[in-house]
Design a protein around this ligand. Structure first.
Ligand code: C2E
Ligand code: CA
Ligand code: CA
Length: 735
């Protein structure tokens, strides 16, 4: 064993207390430092320990290689101070052990052997320092502190490294689990990074996208839009935010419809720059975030759908119809084309609705919608714009023929009754047609004119189509001329009364005459009331017209009585406006008195729909008239959309079954059922019942079988000047 001179004495530390203190104030406190002192010479060991003690580091002594190895196996040491010459072997064995076991223990060799080869061998074996005995205490303490400092630094570095690795993983986790796609593009627009969301949202393998151009994932129609957003170079607040695009959905790539192949996203992107050594910035690519907004888009689309569609039938509503018409008009104007719109109104729908119930009425409307759609072409738009009103847009027509074909198709359709819960219900339409450019150049005009044409169909018997003509115009402004003329006509006696007989089919004789006004126009010839009564209604001329009719009808009644036709009732049509005029009952009574007539030879006809306009007033005035002995008839009964309960409150003598029911009797069970029901009701309420618009033998027979006694219609006679009817009246059984 080599005995090496020991220069380090226990007292030495005490000699340099400030020195020891300097080491104890080491900042590397958090490392629990323990030092293994290996020397076979006890004094030398003790002297090292004493020297280190003031630093606060723990020292443990080992006297041999074996003792040292045993201790190293048991616990970790920060540092081992190893003498090379030991009694049971060489300190090199300890160095070897530390190296082989990859222990973190630092090694300082203290040896009396100071050959170069010893030192290099020790350093090669991983020793941090080599101190030759005898040594100065400061040399040992410096070596110890430096080594521990390095160990501490290394430890710190590892800690920081560990933390960094943790935080990078955290960021990666956050980025990869983001609900958004996060990506980086290089300056050529190729992905240099894209998170895993690309996979779950779009079905792309994120790794495979690296190096690919961004356009790979963009839906073909949106490439142009994407170019601006993806190539974003701005970083300030003007950068692309919330740009809406569609990306390709690989998950559904085989599906053909766009909604499934594309995913709507919102993209926010900004340029990324680095500052290089010369302090100028350099564009290195684009950073972007892509958010899936397909859910929001879907609910927006749904809301949009509801804003533009009728819930019950699923048809476009008026808003969407107007949009489409607007577009079609623009297109027609550009290409010098033509288009048409049709105004369809389901005849007497309200009555059907009331009699079969609203739920069934809704179902019926859905059935109507379905069958109407069969008549249409792909590009046509059918919209529901009111309870039983539809608008149809034919965006391209070549001539008037097209509209006639479609109009006829719809009418043909109505020939087959709809079967609903075992009932056959025949649905008919009144259809008004207006075309661009002939009948208007804007939405408002076209729709209005189609509506006017439709009303005209309603007035002249329903279940038909009609093209708009300027004579049908109802606009007060446009009909100003007609209004002035009508004014004159009343004053100049250009109006004329025609009469249509009402036949009691049991007695086969005329029991009444309905007075129907005509206008003997200087230029236009005999005009039917449908052309001027609506204008008179609009302009309040109806009261003057009504007074004229009342006066003339009473005069004719007098004329008939004077010739012995005493049992005849004269029916006079009146408008609700006349009833609203406070003096109406007085006027009637005065006219009757003036011509010396009996009250019961006059029957006032008022339509059910006009009564509905002001039920309260109608009850008041009609009751007053009835109390004075005047007969009251409800005209166009069944079309007024009323609930029938009002019949009890009104003093009614006669119900006139509307012509449309008579027409539909033979084709549709609902029509027959309605007629039968009205007849039964009239009988129950002890009212007269007149079937209007009887045109055929078949209708007459059927009505007769149903118990109808009084009939009126072309089958018997059209309305005619009274003189032409006199010869018939003169016969006892005149029919
Ligand atoms: P309304 O009171 O329902 O008169 C019946 C209409 O049906 C008359 O048309 C008549 O000519 C027509 N008609 C009669 N039988 C048949 C038939 O078998 N087949 C067909 N297709 N039609 C038939 P008109 O004379 O054109 O009168 C139309 C409407 O004008 C009347 O309907 C009435 O609402 C109104 N009106 C007529 N005269 C007056 C009047 O003096 N005052 C008022 N306020 N309105 C009147
Ligand atoms: Ca009438
Ligand atoms: Ca009528």
């Amino acid at each position: 064993m080599t005995t090496s001179p020991v220069t380090t004495l226990p007292t030495q530390a005490l000699l340099f207390p400030e020195l020891a203190n300097a080491y104890t104030t080491s900042t590397y406190r958090d490392l629990a430092v323990s030092i293994l002192v290996v020397d076979d010479e006890k004094r030398a060991r003790q002297s090292v320990c004493d020297l280190i003690k003031p630093t606060g580091y723990r020292t443990i002594q080992a006297a041999s290689v074996k003792e040292a190895l045993d201790l190293l196996k048991q616990r970790p040491f920060t540092l081992a101070l190893v003498d090379l010459n030991l009694t049971d072997g060489s300190g090199q064995e300890i160095l070897n052990f530390v190296q082989e076991q990859e222990l973190s223990t630092r090694l300082i060799v203290i040896s009396g052997e100071s050959t170069f080869s010893n030192a290099t061998e020790a350093l090669r074996r991983g020793a941090c320092d080599f101190i030759r005995k005898p040594y100065l205490p400061t040399a040992l303490l410096d070596a110890v502190s430096m080594t521990i400092e390095k160990a501490e630094l290394q430890h710190r570095f590892e800690q920081v490294h560990e933390q960094l690795r943790g935080s990078e993983e955290l960021h990666r986790f956050i980025v990869n689990n983001s609900p958004d796609i996060i990506y980086m593009l290089d300056e050529q627009g190729r992905f240099s990074f894209i998170n895993n969301r690309a996979e779950s949202l779009l079905g792309y393998n994120s790794n495979k996208l690296i190096g690919q151009h961004y356009s790979t994932i963009v839906f073909s129609d949106d490439h142009e839009k994407a170019r601006f957003a993806f190539n974003e170079r701005r970083t300030n607040e003007r950068n692309s935010k919330g740009v809406e695009l569609r990306l390709l959905n690989q998950n559904n790539s085989e599906v053909t419809f766009v909604e499934a192949r594309a995913i709507s996203v919102e993209l926010t992107a900004m340029g990324v720059y680095t500052t290089n050594h010369s302090d100028s910035t350099e564009f290195i690519g684009t950073y972007g975030v892509i958010r899936d907004v397909s859910e929001r888009k879907r609910s927006e689309a749904l809301a949009q759908y509801h804003r533009h569609h009728d819930h019950m039938t699923g048809l476009p509503n008026r808003t969407l119809f107007n949009d489409r018409l607007q577009m079609a008009l623009a297109q027609a104007k550009r290409s010098d084309g033509q288009l048409a719109i049709m105004f369809l109104d389901v005849d007497r729908f309200r009555l059907i609705n009331d009699s079969i119930g609203h739920l069934a009425g809704d179902n019926l409307l859905q059935m109507i919608t379905k069958s109407l759609k069969q008549c249409l072409r792909e590009e046509d738009t059918l919209a529901r714009v009111g309870g039983d009103e539809f608008l149809l847009l034919l965006p391209t027509i070549s001539n008037g023929e097209d509209t006639t074909i479609i109009g006829q198709k719809i009418l043909d359709l109505t020939a087959t009754p709809l079967s609903y819960l075992g009932n056959d219900i025949r649905i008919t339409f009144s259809i008004g047609i207006a075309t661009y450019p002939q009948h208007g150049s804007n939405i408002e005009e076209l729709v209005r004119h189609a509506g006017i044409a439709m009303s005209h169909v309603k007035q002249s018997g329903r279940n038909n189509y009609n093209h708009y003509r300027s004579e049908l115009r109802q606009n007060p402004c446009q009909s100003l001329e007609l209004e002035n003329d009508l004014h004159q006509a009343i004053a100049n006696d250009e109006l004329q009364l025609y009469f249509q007989p009402q036949i009691d089919i049991q007695e086969q004789r005329i029991v009444g005459l309905e007075a129907l006004v005509r206008w003997n126009h200087a230029e236009k010839g005999i005009m039917l009331p449908s052309l001027f009564v609506p204008i008179a209604e609009q302009t309040r001329l109806i009261c003057d017209l009504g007074n004229w009719v009342l006066e003339r009808a009473c005069a004719k009644a007098r004329y008939l009585q004077d010739r012995g036709f005493t049992g005849l009732k004269i029916a006079i049509n009146v408008s609700m406006q006349q009833l609203n005029h406070g003096t109406f009952p007085k006027q009637v009574m005065e006219a009757i008195a003036r011509h010396g007539l009996k009250e019961n030879c006059i029957e006032i006809e008022i339509t059910e729909s006009s009564i509905m306009q002001d039920m309260h007033k109608a009850v008041e005035v009609l009751t007053e008239l009835a109390n004075k002995g005047i007969n009251i008839a409800i005209d166009d009964f069944g079309t007024g959309y009323s609930s029938l309960s009002y019949l009890r409150t009104l003093p009614i003598h006669t119900l006139k079954i509307d012509r449309s029911f008579i027409q539909s009797m033979s084709t549709d069970t609902a029509g027959s059922a309605i007629v039968t029901a009205i007849l039964a009701m009239a009988k129950g309420l002890k009212m007269n019942c007149i079937a209007e618009g009887v045109e055929t033998d078949k209708q007459k027979d059927e009505l007769q079988r149903a118990g109808c006694r009084i009939m009126q219609g072309y089958y018997y006679s059209q309305a005619q000047p009274l003189e032409k009817l006199i010869p018939y009246l003169q016969k006892a059984r005149n029919w």
